[in-house]
Design a protein around this ligand. Structure first.
Ligand code: TTP
Ligand code: MG
Length: 543
C-alpha cells in the first residue's frame, strides 16, 4: 500500500455525516508516539544477505561475544547474547557469523530511518542507536480525530493492547492511540516489504512508555498502551534500572540514597535526591519512574559525531596504545570518507582498569578532545585513506590526548580506546566560538543544530555499537551531576562574564558543557521543597 494512497477505511470503516459531533480540542489529546525496534537486527541483516541462514539457528559474533541470535535460535532456548565459547559448547548447531564489519548494519539502519522519515504521517523521526526509531505521529492523528469522523464511528486497533486490556472506542484518547496502532502497523509493513526485515512496535503517549510497551510482543508484533495502564506497565519493572535512560551508574546512586524499587523512586521528592543529582536530573528521574516523559521526538540529522571504540584485554604500554590508535584512525578514516564531511574536533576515549579500581567504579570512561586543522583530514573527501604524514600527525595528536588521561610514569591498564570526530563544517555557523568570540573561553566543543538523542556529549555512533545497558550507563554517567539549566530557569548558573542573551540562546547541553569547563562555577544544588505530583493523582485524571 502506498503512503500517498492511504486506506483509512480499516481504521474508520463507517461515516456519520449528519452527526452533531464536536471535535475535541487537540490540546486535550495525548501525544502519540511509536517506538520501532528491529527484531534481532544484525542477525536479520545477515539473513537477508544469506537467506540460507533463515532456516537455521544462527547468531552474530563480535570478538568472543555473541551479540544477537535469530528468533529460531531463541525459540530453541539459545540466549540472545553470551560468550562464543559457552554458546558453541552448549548449542553445537548454532551457526555464528562474524559481525565486526558494521558497514551493512549501518546501511540498513540508514535505509530504515530514511524509509520511516519519508512517510507522510511521520511528523518527526528520531534514531536511537542502530535499530530503534521513535516516530511522532501526533499531528496526523489529531487531524484525523478532529476531522469529520464521528465518535460513533468504528475504529480498530492493530496488534495488541497491553495485557489484552479493553479499550473504549468512544474515548478520544483511546481513538488516538488506536490510530497510532494503525500507523505503526503501516510502518512495520513498509519496512518488511521494502527491506525484508521484521520489527516490533510500541504505541503510547510518550517515548519511554512506547519503548517499554513495545517489548511486550516480540518479534514481529506490536502493543499499544492505554493511559490507565501506565502503572500496570511500570509495575512489571523490577527496579528503576529497567527504565530506558536509567543506567546502572544512576541506579547505584539511587541505591545509595536508599531508593531501590521503582515505587521508592515514584514516591521520592526532588529533595530526597539532591545529594546525588542536580534538580533537573532528580525531577526527570522521578518523572520517568512515573511514566511521565515530556521529551520530544527530535528529528535526527546526520550524526553529530562519528567514531568507534575497541575493547580489548589490556594495553599497558605507549607502543601498544599507539598501534591501537593508528588502527582505530584507519577505520575511522573510512567512516569519515563515507560520511563526506570533514571534522574539526577529534576526541579520544579511554577506560583504565586501575583508575576504575582506585575510584571504586565499574564503568569509568574518560575522554579528551581538541581541535584539529581541517587539512589533516581533507584527503578523506576523495579517498578513504589518510596520507602517511597526516596519519602520523593525527596519531600524535591522539597520543597527546591520551597523555592527558594516562600518566606514563604510573601503571595503567587500558581496556578500551576510542576515537571520534565532530564539529563538521555545516555546523560551524553554530559553533560555540561564534557565540563567545575567539578567546572568550577556551572550550573545545562541537554542536550540531539538532540532537538525535538527549545524550549530551555522547557519540551516537559509538553508542549505537554498544549493548543497550551499556549505552544507558554511558548516557547516565555523562549527564549525572552535570548542572542542566532548564529553559524555565535559564540564568540560574549563569557565568556573569558572559553575555546573558547569548547564554539564554544556547542549547542546554552546551550550557552544561560550558559550566563543566569552569570548575569553580557550580553553585551547590538547591534543595527544593517542591512536592512531586503523586503518581496516583497524575493518572487519576485520565482513565
Ligand atoms: P537489540 O535491539 O538490543 O537486539 P536485537 O535487535 O538483536 O534483538 P531484539 O529482537 O531483542 O531487539 O540490539 C540491536 C543490535 O545491536 C543487535 O542486533 C546487535 C547489536 N548489539 C551489539 O552490537 N552489542 C550488544 O551487546 C548487543 C546486545 C547488541
Ligand atoms: Mg532490536
Amino acid at each position: 500500500m502506498s503512503d500517498e494512497d492511504p486506506d483509512w477505511g480499516s481504521a474508520f470503516p463507517e461515516e456519520f455525516p449528519h452527526s452533531k459531533y464536536t471535535a475535541p480540542d487537540p490540546a486535550s489529546l495525548p501525544r502519540i508516539i511509536i517506538h520501532i525496534d528491529l527484531d534481532c537486527f544484525y542477525a536479520q541483516v545477515e539473513m537477508v544477505r544469506n537467506p540460507d541462514l533463515r532456516s537455521k539457528p544462527m547468531g552474530v559474533q563480535q570478538k568472543q561475544i555473541v551479540i544477537t541470535t535469530n528468533y529460531l535460535a531463541r525459540a530453541r532456548g539459545i540466549p540472545k547474547t553470551g560468550s562464543v565459547q559457552a554458546l558453541s559448547q552448549a548449542y553445537p548447531d548454532l551457526i555464528l557469523v562474524n559481525g565486526e564489519d558494521l558497514h551493512e548494519y549501518r546501511r540498513f539502519s540508514q535505509r530504515i530511518f530514511e524509509l520511516v522519515s519519508s512517510l507522510s504521517f511521520a511528523h518527526a523521526v528520531e534514531r536511537l542507536g542502530m535499530d530503534e526509531n521513535f516516530v511522532d505521529v501526533t499531528p496526523w492523528v489529531h487531524a484525523q480525530i478532529q476531522g469529520s469522523k464521528d465518535p460513533d464511528t468504528k475504529c480498530v486497533v492493530q496488534g495488541h493492547v497491553f495485557q489484552e486490556g479493553k479499550w473504549d472506542e468512544l474515548d478520544p484518547w483511546h481513538r488516538c492511540l488506536a490510530l497510532g496502532s494503525v500507523l505503526a502497523d503501516r510502518i512495520r509493513t513498509q519496512i518488511r516489504q521494502e527491506l525484508g526485515l521484521t520489527s516490533s512496535a510500541g504505541i503510547a503517549m510518550n517515548k519511554t512508555l512506547a519503548k517499554l510497551v513495545g517489548g511486550c510482543h516480540k518479534p514481529d508484533d506490536q502493543t499499544m498502551l492505554l493511559p490507565s495502564q501506565t502503572l500496570s506497565l511500570l509495575q512489571t519493572l523490577k527496579s528503576p534500572r529497567a527504565i530506558p535512560g536509567i543506567g546502572s551508574a544512576t541506579n547505584a546512586n539511587l541505591i545509595e540514597l536508599g531508593i531501590e524499587t521503582l515505587t521508592d523512586l515514584q514516591e521520592a521528592k526532588i529533595s530526597d535526591l539532591a545529594e546525588m543529582f542536580d534538580r533537573d536530573m532528580a525531577e526527570r528521574l522521578i518523572q520517568l519512574s512515573q511514566g511521565i516523559d515530556p521529551s520530544p521526538v527530535k528529528t535526527s540529522g546526520k550524526p553529530q559525531s562519528i567514531g568507534l571504540e575497541d575493547r580489548f584485554k589490556v594495553i599497558s604500554t605507549r607502543d601498544e596504545s599507539k598501534a591501537k590508535l593508528k588502527w582505530l584512525l584507519g577505520r575511522l578514516a573510512q567512516l569519515i570518507y563515507e560520511d563526506g564531511r570533514i571534522p574539526r574536533v577529534i576526541r579520544v576515549t579511554a577506560r583504565d582498569k586501575i583508575k576504575e579500581r582506585a575510584k571504586g567504579r565499574r564503568w569509568l570512561k574518560e575522554s579528551r578532545q581538541t581541535q584539529i586543522s581541517r587539512h589533516l583530514m581533507n584527503r578523506l573527501k576523495s579517498s578513504p585513506d589518510l596520507p602517511p604524514h597526516e596519519e602520523s600527525q593525527l596519531v600524535d595528536i591522539c597520543l597527546s590526548l591520551l597523555d592527558k588521561m594516562v600518566n606514563e610514569s604510573n601503571p595503567y591498564q587500558l581496556t578500551l580506546l576510542g576515537i571520534s570526530v565532530s564539529d563538521f563544517p555545516a555546523e560551524t555557523s553554530n559553533s560555540i566560538q561564534n557565540y563567545f568570540g575567539a578567546g572568550a573561553a577556551k572550550i573545545e566543543s562541537s554542536r550540531p543544530p539538532k540532537r538525535s538523542h538527549e545524550t549530551p556529549a555522547i557519540n551516537e555512533e559509538v553508542l549505537s555499537q554498544l549493548p543497550p545497558d551499556i549505552r544507558a550507563e554511558i548516557y547516565q554517567s555523562n549527564v549525572k551531576k552535570v548542572k542542566l539549566s532548564s529553559p524555565a530557569t535559564p540564568l540560574t548558573d549563569f557565568p556573569h562574564d558572559w553575555d546573558p542573551e547569548v547564554w539564554a540562546s544556547l542549547p542546554l547541553d552546551i550550557r552544561s558543557e560550558l559550566l563543566a569547563s569552569r570548575p569553580t562555577h557550580h553553585p551547590k544544588a538547591q534543595p527544593t521543597n517542591q512536592k512531586t505530583k503523586s503518581i496516583t493523582s497524575y493518572f487519576q485524571k485520565k482513565n
